[in-house]
Design a protein around this ligand. Structure first.
Ligand SMILES: [Zn+2]
Ligand SMILES: [Zn+2]
Length: 164
């Protein structure tokens, strides 16, 4: 079990692409392997600070049947997990690929990604700016970029993305 603040969590095993292998292991000493969905190696700790990856919250006498989502950032060092990094890279690649955007637009879009996925004082403004810039993209690429951003977005950013 892992204690973070007031809460206790199970250990998790997640593949490098973010597929959850297990979110409710009690011990850290579980055999590691490869993901059955994508074949990538699995990890159970942050590759940066070595803190274990947490799974579901542990509540005594309660079985949580809903699988959690992979955490985006490490609670120990604040760095994005490998699957978060891959998604950020994919989103940046898509932005760079869009011919309809000026270089300034591209830089502005990329600058806002971190504040969209982290809860920061800039989250609201970053999301609004990002949404506005998306309208300058092609229809298909714009939708794709929005979906990628929403997948990673913090709760606050999600709210602003889904708002008209
Ligand atoms: Zn996988
Ligand atoms: Zn870490």
């Amino acid at each position: 079990m892992i204690r973070i603040g007031e809460n206790t969590y199970y250990h998790a095993i997640i593949c490098l692409n973010g597929h959850i292998i297990s979110d409710s292991i009690e011990s850290f000493e579980t055999k590691m392997g490869f993901c059955k969905d994508c074949g990538k190696p699995t990890i159970n700790k942050c590759q940066n600070c070595k803190n274990p990856i947490h799974g579901d919250m542990y509540i005594p006498n309660f079985v949580n049947a809903i699988q959690m989502e992979s955490p985006s950032f490490c609670y120990g060092c604040g760095n994005p997990y490998p699957w978060t990094k891959s998604k950020i890279n994919a989103l940046e690649e898509l932005i760079d690929f869009e011919e309809k955007l000026s270089e300034t637009n591209k830089e502005d879009l990329k600058k806002n990604i971190n504040d969209i996925i982290n809860e920061t004082p800039r989250t609201k403004i970053a999301t609004i700016k990002f949404k506005h810039l998306l309208t300058k993209m092609g229809k298909e690429t714009g939708i794709m970029a929005k979906n990628l951003a929403v997948e990673m977005a913090s709760e606050t950013a999600k709210k602003y993305f889904l708002e008209k």
